[in-house]
Design a protein around this ligand. Structure first.
Ligand SMILES: Cc1cc2nc3c(=O)[nH]c(=O)nc-3n(C[C@H](O)[C@H](O)[C@H](O)COP(=O)(O)O)c2cc1C
Length: 159
């Protein structure tokens, strides 16, 4: 069994594609963070003040429910967490995920896709939710994702 897990949330498939390439390159297990209530197109409308994503992202205590669970989280030492950047940070469902397990002593490496924003202070914010873990801003996967490039990156991480 692998000691490395790639987890991801993806509302429209872009992060899912990167996650699959990453899991392959890292020889890691793959787990999709699925919302209990899937996001509709209307939910994702960031121009709309009352859309679900806007309401959730404006409320730091929002914790959208996840459908399912990672079996044997204790077996993993390195956990990649991938997501689309929403309002310059991780979607609230990632906060739900972080609070659902004991990540003490584990290495968490973030990756993301976006329309252009970077990870910014995402790791700093997430660290507050999992104080016992090491949380690192990994990298963005915007544009075409090259398998060779991802492999080289994974190797440089010394997992
Ligand atoms: C609610 C919402 C907020 C977003 N906020 C940002 C943002 O702050 N910066 C940015 O560059 N892209 C933003 N985006 C664009 C997504 O990050 C981008 O389309 C991403 O690749 C989608 O990934 P997915 O297909 O895995 O869901 C936002 C998208 C949504 C739906």
């Amino acid at each position: 069994m692998s000691q490395t897990l790639v987890t991801y949330f993806s509302a429209s498939g872009v992060t899912a594609n990167a996650a699959k390439i990453l899991a392959q390159a890292a020889g890691a297990d793959l787990y999709e963070i699925k919302p209990e209530v899937p996001y509709t197109r209307a939910d994702l409308n960031w121009m709309e003040k009352k859309s679900r994503s806007t309401v959730e992202m404006n409320d730091p205590s929002s914790r959208p429910a996840i459908n399912g669970k990672v079996e044997h989280m204790d077996q993993y030492q390195n956990i990649f967490i991938g997501f689309p950047i929403w309002w310059y940070r991780e979607p609230s469902i990632i906060d739900t995920f972080l609070e659902s397990y004991d990540f003490t002593g584990k290495r968490i490496i973030l990756f993301a896709t976006s329309g252009g924003s970077g990870l910014g202070k995402t790791a700093e914010g997430m660290k507050k939710l999992v104080p016992g873990a090491k949380v690192e801003n990994g990298r963005m996967f915007n544009g075409k994702v090259s398998e060779a490039d991802v492999k080289a990156w994974v190797q440089s991480l010394n997992l």
